[in-house]
Design a protein around this ligand. Structure first.
Ligand code: SF4
Length: 198
C-alpha cells in the first residue's frame, strides 16, 4: 500500500492537485511529486525543504538517510511518525538537490499552507533554514538563521496552529553530528508542547 492512500479526503484532494501540478519548472525534472503523508487530524506537522532523490523515486517524504534519522529521533522522544503529518515547502525535487528558488517556493507554498489550514496542527516544526525562512515571513517571526532560533517556541495567533518550533534539517545533522543533541532536544520540546493547554 502506498502511504498516500491513507490520506483523508481533504488532504487527498490537495495531494491530487500537487501530483498533477505543472506550475513551476521543477515539474519537468521530477519522477514523482511528493505531497506529504500523515493523518488529517495530526497534532504535529513537520515541514522540510524539498524532496531528495529517494523521495522523488518513491513519492514519499523523508524516506532516505535524512528520513531515517528523523524517524529514529522522533521515536526516541516519544513521537510516532504515523501520527505526524510530514511534508516539505516545495513538493518536487530540485535538480542536483539545489536549494529551491524564491520563485519556486512562492509558487508551491499555497499547497503547504492549504495542508496546514486543513490539518490545524497544535505544533508546527520547521526543519532547516528554507522552511523557517518561509514560515517566518508568513507569520512575521524574526528573520534569523535556524541556528539562532532553533528550539525557540513561537506562539502563532492568526492560524489554527498554536506553536511553531524551528530545528535543524536532519540532513544538516547527518553532515554535522555536533548538532544532534540540539536536534533531539528540539523534537523532545515539540512533543511536550502537544500537551500544553490553550
Ligand atoms: S514544485 Fe510545487 S509548484 Fe512546482 S510543479 Fe511541483 S507541486 Fe507544482
Amino acid at each position: 500500500m502506498r502511504f498516500d492512500e491513507r490520506l483523508d479526503p481533504l488532504l487527498e484532494e490537495i495531494a491530487q492537485k500537487i501530483r498533477s501540478c505543472n506550475k513551476c519548472q521543477l515539474a519537468k525534472g521530477r519522477t514523482n511529486a511528493v505531497p506529504g503523508e500523515g493523518p488529517q487530524h495530526a497534532t504535529m506537522m513537520l515541514v522540510g525543504e524539498a524532496p531528495g532523490s529517494a523521495e522523488d523515486t518513491s513519492g514519499r517524504p523523508f524516506i532516505g538517510q535524512s528520513g531515517k534519522l528523523l524517524t529514529d529521533t522522533m521515536t526516541s522522544v516519544g513521537i510516532q511518525r504515523e501520527n505526524v503529518f510530514i511534508t516539505n515547502i516545495v513538493k518536487c525535487r530540485p535538480p542536483e538537490n539545489r536549494d529551491p528558488t524564491d520563485k519556486e517556493i512562492g509558487t508551491c507554498a499555497p499547497y503547504v499552507l492549504s495542508q496546514m489550514d486543513s490539518i490545524s496542527p497544535v505544533v508546527l516544526v520547521t526543519l532547516g533554514n528554507v522552511s523557517y525562512d518561509f514560515f517566518s515571513t508568513t507569520f512575521y517571526l524574526p528573520k534569523k538563521q535556524v541556528g539562532e532560533v532553533r528550539g525557540k517556541v513561537f506562539r502563532l495567533h492568526s492560524t489554527g496552529c498554536k506553536f511553531l518550533i524551528p530545528t535543524y534539517h536532519p540532513a544538516a545533522v547527518i553532515y554535522n553530528r555536533k548538532l544532534q543533541p540540539d536536534f533531539i532536544e528540539d523534537l523532545r520540546k515539540a512533543e511536550r508542547y502537544l500537551k500544553v493547554p490553550s
